[in-house]
Design a binder for this molecule. Sequence first.
Ligand SMILES: CC(C)=CCC/C(C)=C/CC/C(C)=C/CC/C(C)=C/[C@@H]1[C@@H](COP(=O)(O)OP(=O)(O)O)[C@]1(C)CC/C=C(\C)CC/C=C(\C)CCC=C(C)C
Ligand SMILES: [Mn+2]
Length: 380
Amino acid sequence: MCITLSLSSKPCIGVCNGSLQLPKSMVTTAQTEVITAPKRPNTFPGLTKQGISDIDLRVQEVVRRQSWTNSLVREVNCRKSRFEPMFIDDAYEKCRNICAEYAKTFYLGTLLMTKERQKAIWAIYVWCRRTDELVDGPNAEYMSPAVLERWEERLQDIFEGRPYDMLDAALSDTVFNFPLDIKPFRDMIEGMRMDTRKSRYESFQELYLYCYYVAGTVGLMTVPVMGIAPESSVSAYTIYNAALYLGIGNQLTNILRDVGEDALRGRVYLPQDELAQFGLTDKDVFSRKVTDAWRDFMKEQIIRARSFFNLAEEGASQLDKDSRWPVWSSLILYRKILDAIEDNDYDNLTKRAYVGRTKKLLTLPLAYTRALSKPSLYLR
Ligand SMILES: CC(C)=CCC/C(C)=C/CC/C(C)=C/CC/C(C)=C/[C@@H]1[C@@H](COP(=O)(O)OP(=O)(O)O)[C@]1(C)CC/C=C(\C)CC/C=C(\C)CCC=C(C)C
Ligand SMILES: [Mn+2]
């Protein structure tokens, strides 16, 4: 089957099993630099320990596999890329164009990265975008379980160096150059399955899983490309968790921004039990009337989304210095969408919160300044 796509205080929220420790050598050599990590909530409102640990196990698995994938890639890199240079340059160029058109701010951010890294991020971006388009792009009406199954087989082929088209080839080459793990990619496809099966989320627990699938995975996919700063002394696990939180924060923000639009597609991503706590139901979402109860509900939702961005901040400064800027840009920008919802007096039923071009551009120097800050040493 062919798929056509038109592209037109710790305690931590991850299961900690006690606390995360710095390697002993780090603690002794850098004792004087150690500062206490900011206080973090034990959990998030609406999340049980079980819900957290389901995702945490996935993060742990990716981190565990990371070390052996890393050595494998180093070994493989002694060989030449299996693609012709002109072909693969062309493939990345196509990815660059798509990223530049569909994700202008991300794209701008990637320009400060090394050539190899930016190409890899473009290739990952394009694969994610195409995956998302399967379920809510122009050809979404052709979506079926078989389509997603075929897409997953195609993913396996990409990871085994048998790309189906040029855009896939760019990702195949990226897999050859960076220690990417297939699991987050598979999980994103699982998120798309979930999206086709479900249009309501009973609790934040359920929503958190969905957010992991479609966005937390992006964080896990991209850390091996972004790279961890050599001077960073926090564990890889902490950094992967921060990446997960950034993805979750982004997705929660997307959801809060798009409540009105999603309702038009019959979809309500807001946790039903939390709506009920404010005396609200789906009907209130569909009525498109912004009431005081709605505003109060939204305030709580925004607080939770922000808390994920706050947790992600720590990790952003642990990334390799060339990669920090785009990550900080995306973090600051997405947070501004939450500000924009507030500025709209919480009307996300009839209005789309929007960050204007000037505000967007102003975030870039701010993000750049944040990106200059060296990784700090947290002891947890
Ligand atoms: C340590 C640390 C903080 C590391 C940073 C790790 C990192 C780079 C995390 C990135 C997280 C991120 C950008 C997540 C994207 C979340 C997102 C917007 C998901 C969207 C899902 C579907 O939602 P929906 O259908 O409601 O949305 P639309 O209305 O369709 O927009 C997605 C659309 C899934 C597909 C995801 C993408 C297309 C984004 C992929 C982005 C990248 C690969 C770029 C990440 C790189 C940079 C430079 C930040
Ligand atoms: Mn989408």
